[in-house]
Design a protein around this ligand. Structure first.
Ligand SMILES: NC(=O)c1ccc[n+]([C@@H]2O[C@H](COP(=O)([O-])OP(=O)(O)OC[C@H]3O[C@@H](n4cnc5c(N)ncnc54)[C@H](OP(=O)(O)O)[C@@H]3O)[C@@H](O)[C@H]2O)c1
Length: 246
């Protein structure tokens, strides 16, 4: 496969890329910072049988039109991507997002708007050639708004609904849309949240993501227990939920 990863410097994406590199897939690692992408690329070139199968591309998501053009250009250069994995994300401090309009805006732009921009760029290409997979890392946090992180959770909730509509649109074209929903995972993003022992291992999460993409599954919780935890949380009546300190 020819794979484009946005947010390739993320710990979870890096672990996915290691699995793909070992299996001989070609990887274009994309993100906002060359300094952050290059160490990931260096690691993957050691694992890949042919180092030239791993490239990096710096792309600033703030410029919507330039981002779309860059993805089209990279797609042509690669000879047509088979898979886009959207993996970037930002967990803002909830209190700061309540206080500071710039934090609120940034959280929604990074976690929601830019995800849709990337997916639309790939959707146009994949729909035209009637094949491909778009995979997006959402979060269990998107399943229900909670006082402790509802700005992040709302942006991930957008991602879920967006992926649902995109999947419905692209089904007839044979293009799969896979939504991955990790629970708390031991990466730089989540270390502030819980003790490491209570976080999932990103290698396990990556294995589940790679498997879900290979199977073209629609929505996958990882670790799988989160499917049942979130089913219970979604079913709590709102009249009771408002009283909970979650
Ligand atoms: N870890 C968890 O507990 C958890 C749980 C559920 C869902 N997720 C989701 O999993 C995905 C991967 O996160 P991770 O846990 O692997 O975290 P991570 O290692 O901290 O990586 C975060 C990634 O997001 C990128 N990023 C942050 N702000 C950005 C911006 N403004 N523009 C472009 N890129 C930006 C970072 O780029 P730089 O390297 O350049 O900073 C990095 O690649 C995210 O979508 C996250 O929301 C994580």
């Amino acid at each position: 496969m020819k794979i484009l990863i946005y947010g390739a410097s993320s710990r979870i994406a890096h672990e996915c890329a290691r699995l793909w590199a070992r299996d001989g897939h070609a990887l274009v690692l994309c993100g906002r910072s060359a300094d952050r992408l290059e160490p990931v690329a260096a690691d993957l070139r050691v694992l890949a049988d042919a180092p030239e199968r791993v490239r990096t591309v710096v792309l600033d998501l703030a410029d919507d039109l330039a981002a779309r053009q860059t993805i089209a250009d990279e797609d042509a250069r690669a000879g047509g991507f088979d898979l886009l994995l959207v993996a970037h994300g930002w967990l803002p401090d909830q209190a700061a997002a309540q206080r500071d309009p710039a934090v609120l805006r940034a959280a929604i732009e990074i976690n929601a708007l830019s995800v849709a921009q990337l997916c639309e760029a790939a959707a146009a290409l994949f729909e035209a050639r009637q094949r491909g997979t778009i995979a997006v890392i959402g979060s269990v946090a998107g399943d229900r708004g909670r006082q402790s992180n509802y700005v992040y959770g709302a942006s991930k909730g957008f991602v879920e609904r967006y992926c649902q509509g995109l999947r419905n649109r692209l089904h007839a074209a044979g293009v799969a849309v896979v939504l991955l929903k990790p629970g708390p995972t031991d990466t730089p993003m989540a270390r502030q949240l819980a003790r490491p022992g209570r976080l999932a291992d990103p290698r396990d999460v990556a294995r589940a993501i790679v498997r879900a993409i290979a199977r073209r599954q629609s929505v996958v919780y990882t670790p799988g227990i989160w499917r049942w935890i979130m089913t219970v949380i979604r079913w709590i009546p709102e009249s009771a939920f408002v009283r909970l300190k979650l």
